[in-house]
Design a binder for this molecule. Structure first.
Ligand code: GUN
Length: 293
């Protein structure tokens, strides 16, 4: 068993990005600029956005955080997105999800200029990704592809089982793994809460991607000997032995699954760190107008 180490890889990618940004600066170019819109203070969004902003700083990119109260109207948010769209200094925009229930996340996402949609959530980017055209790919799936590529994991012809059909991870992941690219060329099965014989399907996976958001759901009996296991889950589980009162768990029961695998991602220290790197990579692409010249 070998760990797919998000810590090592993300450090490496951040160094590469920092060097590229330093090059842009040295040549007198415009510094890449990421904007985040954050609504409210509930849940983990605040922490996630803070680490995105911190990563920008680490690699020398510019970042701006625009905050709104939970009471913000849909119109106000849409106007804020339009302002960013119109600002030539701002290269990339993310609107942190979830949004309050009275706001249509779809409407807000559809207002983002696809050329600044570094989260890859706009229907145009999702459609272009599905067609294999240049597009922003959402950060977690892109981070997983980067991991598979950098660890030189063979994917062609393999059976890839994705557990979970979220718009952010499961759905795009299933599309990306079947494309005629490397990584890719898998036979893909996308499973979800209504799937029958889930354990049996998981057992036939050469590459198992768990993205359902249920701590330690994937157990050793569901995993084939020698499989590659990618764990996208990150949940707080009460733990009296920890000072914080909780520990972080993935969707995979790591201790019993790991010995059966050829490669596995730890939680934390796996996919999560790669996600932030993808966002930074997309912001650099946006500044260079690589996806939409
Ligand atoms: N909420 C959870 N994950 C994400 C993400 O990747 N992007 C945004 N904008 N919101 C999220």
């Amino acid at each position: 068993m070998q760990l797919l180490d998000g810590k090592v890889l993300s450090q490496q990618i951040k160094q590469e990005l920092a060097a590229e940004v330093a090059d842009i600066k040295a040549q007198g170019g415009k510094i890449p600029h990421l904007v985040a819109i954050l609504v409210g203070t509930a849940g983990r969004s605040e922490t996630y956005v803070a680490s995105k902003m911190k990563s920008c700083e680490e690699i020398g990119m510019k970042s701006t955080l625009i905050r709104f109260d939970d009471s913000v109207s849909e119109e106000e948010l849409i106007n804020a997105v339009r302002d960013v769209n119109a600002n030539p200094d701002m290269d990339g925009l993310i609107v942190q999800l979830p949004l309050p229930a009275h706001v249509s996340a779809d409407k807000v996402m559809e207002t983002i200029d696809p050329a600044k949609d570094v989260d890859g959530f706009h229907p145009i980017n999702i459609g272009r990704m599905a067609k294999g055209l240049p597009a922003y790919i959402s950060a977690t799936p892109q981070g997983i592809l980067e991991m598979l590529k950098r660890y030189e994991i063979e994917t062609a012809g393999k059976h890839c089982v994705v557990v979970g059909r979220s718009q952010i991870v499961g759905l795009p992941m299933s599309i990306l793994m079947q494309r005629n690219t490397n990584p890719g060329n898998c036979t893909v099965t996308l499973t979800h809460s209504r799937t029958q014989n889930l354990a049996e399907i998981c057992q036939s996976a050469d590459i198992l991607i768990a993205a359902l958001g249920r701590p330690e759901f994937i157990t050793a009996d569901m995993v084939k000997e020698g499989a590659v296991v990618i764990d996208v889950g990150l949940e707080r589980v009460p733990d009296a032995t920890k000072k914080s009162g909780f520990s972080l768990k993935g969707d995979v029961k790591f201790d019993e699954v790991a010995p059966k695998t050829s490669f596995i991602t730890p939680v934390p220290g796996g996919v999560g760190l790669m996600t932030i790197c993808s966002l930074m990579q997309n912001t650099l692409k946006a500044a260079r107008k690589e996806v939409y010249p």
